[in-house]
Design a protein around this ligand. Structure first.
Ligand code: HPA
Length: 283
């Protein structure tokens, strides 16, 4: 392992892959990266094998007390999946390259698809707590990328979401997922997600600015994993749960407990939706 945590090369990745294969040999087809309050979605999987993060060399350690990260391998809707639980955030002090390491790992293990979920503040005034939003684009307001320092060249310098490597968020999978949401009678919308550094919630002025820039929702995760997945050629679907109106858009102060409470409330619906999303992944 290098002393510089922003350098994580193929040899490091090989060591992590070997550590995981010690527990589970069947390759996953799809990775599910779970946001705050959504970790329990993994309970829906069958025949699970848990790999604790501390067993994986180079895996970022969650700084949330009492919660180490883990990978949960299993079967969901006849698809081999791996749940990535306990994601880490830029505001925890990790280099962005390390935040994206679990994506490199699940890709190296075989996952070609990635469903990424998060909780977000609603900026679009027609969204309310409990609205589900398929992410169709993002604003990188943390101005960070896991590709920084990983060299240059056409693969890394291709324009954001041009036709060359396809969109960051797969339009066909998103469309099928929307149909699933509709069939389930869910309040599911589309929108642009703004990634901010955190850890504090945005100021009212920032929320006003983000609204002008075209953001529909704001949160502190997801974009680094999506940039990494896109760079690796994975097919990505992004799904936000709107847990609160963003700062200044409703009376009262924002509080993490409210975020968790709304995540808890929509968990049943989300579980059904996630199952459907896995089912329709291949079209
Ligand atoms: N801002 C940033 N991140 C969030 C929010 C928010 O309002 N709600 C949930 N995650």
């Amino acid at each position: 392992m290098h002393s510089d945590p922003t350098v994580y090369d193929d040899e490091d990745l090989d060591a992590a892959v070997a550590a995981v294969r010690h527990y589970v040999e069947t390759p996953p087809e799809m990775a599910l990266i779970l946001g705050s309050g959504l970790g329990r979605l993994a309970e829906a999987a069958r025949d699970t094998t848990v790999v604790p993060a501390p067993e994986i060399p180079g895996y970022p350690e969650s700084t949330v007390e009492g919660h180490h990260g883990q990978l949960v391998f299993g079967t969901l809707e006849d698809t081999r999946v791996v749940f990535v639980q306990g994601r880490v955030h830029l505001y925890e002090g990790y280099p962005v390259q390390q935040i994206a390491m679990p994506v490199r790992l699940v890709h190296a293990l075989g996952a070609e698809r990635m469903l990424v979920t998060n909780s977000a503040g609603g900026i679009n005034r027609t969204f309310s707590p409990g609205t589900l939003m398929f992410i169709t684009g993002h604003l990188n307001m943390a101005f960070a990328s896991p590709s920084v320092g990983a060299g240059t060249g056409p693969a890394r310098q291709r324009a954001g979401d041009d036709a060359g490597r396809g969109a960051f968020y797969d339009p066909a999978w998103t469309h099928r997922a929307e149909q699933v949401a509709l069939d389930l009678g869910l309040d599911a919308r589309r929108g642009t997600y703004a990634w901010t550094l955190g850890p504090s919630y945005e100021t009212k002025a920032e929320v006003r600015a983000l609204a002008h820039l075209g953001a529909d929702a704001v949160g502190m995760s997801t974009v680094p994993e999506v940039i990494q997945a896109h760079q690796l050629g994975m097919t990505v679907l992004g799904l936000s749960t709107i847990t609160n109106p963003a700062a200044g858009l409703a009376a009262g102060a924002l509080d993490h407990d409210d975020v968790l409470e709304v995540s808890e409330r929509v968990r049943g619906d989300l579980m059904e939706l996630v199952r459907g999303i896995v089912r329709v992944a291949e079209g």
